[in-house]
Design a protein around this ligand. Structure first.
Ligand SMILES: NC(=O)c1ccc[n+]([C@@H]2O[C@H](COP(=O)([O-])OP(=O)(O)OC[C@H]3O[C@@H](n4cnc5c(N)ncnc54)[C@H](O)[C@@H]3O)[C@@H](O)[C@H]2O)c1
Ligand SMILES: [Zn+2]
Ligand SMILES: [Zn+2]
Length: 384
């Protein structure tokens, strides 16, 4: 089958590899019809995630048709049209019982801090992902969700990660009625965080980035204010100024470890690798949020950071909330918002790319070319 294959940093190919097979009675094989590229894939693409092995197939946002099921699978049958949450989870462990599906304890024998994710290096379990014609889905009775009859496939696709992550970012912000919410990052996750902030009762929503076309998009899509941090001196001072010198109530980090905006962070984190990436957005969030405010982090970080102002967080009495998204937990709410017409997830898709040209897709999404916001790969049999 055709599949995306990692060859090393900045090197992606579409290759032929063997089709996956049922390995456990509760596996399913899904024929992929849509597979999106996520900002998290860029950390892999840039070689920043440890133990990303040559030959690994990425892709943790996908929809498809069930091709085959293992002997114990009861909830799915061949022909079902499903979305597959990016977390691989058992559904029964201590953490899954608390609906912390992103923190499942049973599926990743490589690590104790991170759960399992499709196509996300061997630190996240080593499972091949969905940027391929077929993918093996473990715990098939637990993860996949049938796409509701009246839902567009590409709306369902964005319910595998980007929308639930933006939504959970807003939820973890513990937004109170009328709160001022600042979202760092106008990528897909930041866009959905801004949109979701209103659903939780925000009174003012501001999105910050330095990519103007993304700011223009989110301004219209989420009806929010925007700031290009290249147009201002110091984002922290600027945010104080526009909030009566108090600071926003909630700051959301939808950027993660590859943040721009600080030469020092880029030098120590990206060039010299003295810390695991650059923590600029997180630093801005902690320093600008008001005392007693909430910082909600969904941006992905590596293990070790030095330049995070944790002392400021302590002295300001902040609440820091963060996690991998527990995708399946909020799906009923997200479906409701989509069906009521409050959110149109597929509207953020700017590019549909044949799987054969997946390398182009990565390049364009990573380099912010051609006004790219969200790129989706489509396997040869997925065009319908
Ligand atoms: N926690 C989770 O479960 C989860 C799920 C999905 C994605 N993520 C993470 O969320 C982050 C965003 O994902 P995405 O798909 O939107 O990625 P993306 O790369 O498309 O978007 C990131 C945006 O941040 C902007 N940016 C860079 N430095 C900035 C700064 N200092 N301040 C403000 N904006 C800045 C970039 O210009 C870009 O537009 C990534 O780190 C991704 O790994 C986490
Ligand atoms: Zn993702
Ligand atoms: Zn579990």
């Amino acid at each position: 089958m055709l599949a995306m294959s990692y060859r090393g940093p900045y090197r992606i190919r579409t290759v032929n590899k063997p089709e996956p097979e049922i390995e456990h009675p509760n596996d399913a094989i899904i024929r992929v019809t849509r597979a999106a590229i996520c900002g998290s894939d860029l950390h892999l693409y840039h070689g920043l995630v440890p133990d990303t092995r040559v030959g690994h197939t990425f892709g943790h946002e996908f929809t498809g048709i069930v091709e085959e099921v293992g002997s114990s699978v009861q909830n799915l049958k061949p022909g079902d049209h499903v979305l597959v949450p990016f977390n691989i989870f058992c559904g029964t462990c201590f953490f899954c019982q608390k609906e912390l599906f992103g923190n499942c304890h049973d599926t990743n024998s490589y690590a104790s801090a991170v759960g399992s994710i499709y196509g996300y290096s061997h630190t996240a379990g080593g499972y091949d992902g969905g940027q391929a014609e077929y993918v093996r889905v473990p715990f098939a009775d637990v993860g996949p969700v049938k796409i509701p009859e009246n839902m567009a496939e590409e709306d369902a696709l964005l319910c595998t990660d980007a929308f639930p992550t933006g939504y959970q970012a807003a939820e973890m912000g513990e937004i109170k009625q009328g709160d001022t919410v600042v979202v760092f990052g106008a990528g897909p996750v930041g866009i959905f965080a801004a949109k979701s902030a209103w659903l939780f009762g925000a009174g003012r929503v501001i999105v910050i980035d330095h990519v103007q076309y993304r700011l223009d998009f989110v301004k219209q899509y989420a009806q929010c204010e925007t700031i290009n941090f290249l147009d201002i001196d110091d984002p922290v001072v600027h945010l104080k100024k526009i909030t009566d010198y108090i600071g926003p109530d909630v700051c959301i980090d939808a950027v993660g470890a590859e943040a721009s905006g600080s030469a020092l962070q880029r030098l120590t984190g990206v060039k010299l690798k003295l810390q695991a990436g650059s923590a600029t957005a997180l630093m801005w969030a902690i320093n600008s949020v008001r005392k007693g405010g909430v910082v909600s982090i969904v941006g992905v970080y590596g293990p070790t950071f030095n330049l995070v102002p944790i002392g400021n967080a302590v002295n300001k009495g902040l609440t820091l909330r963060m996690n991998q998204t527990s995708v399946k937990r909020n799906l009923p709410r997200l479906f409701e918002h989509i069906q009521a017409g409050r959110v149109d997830p597929k509207a953020i898709i700017t590019h549909r790319i044949p799987l054969e040209e997946v390398a182009e897709g990565y390049h364009m999404f990573a380099s912010k070319l051609d006004n790219c916001i969200k790129a989706v790969c489509i396997p040869p049999k997925g065009w319908h």
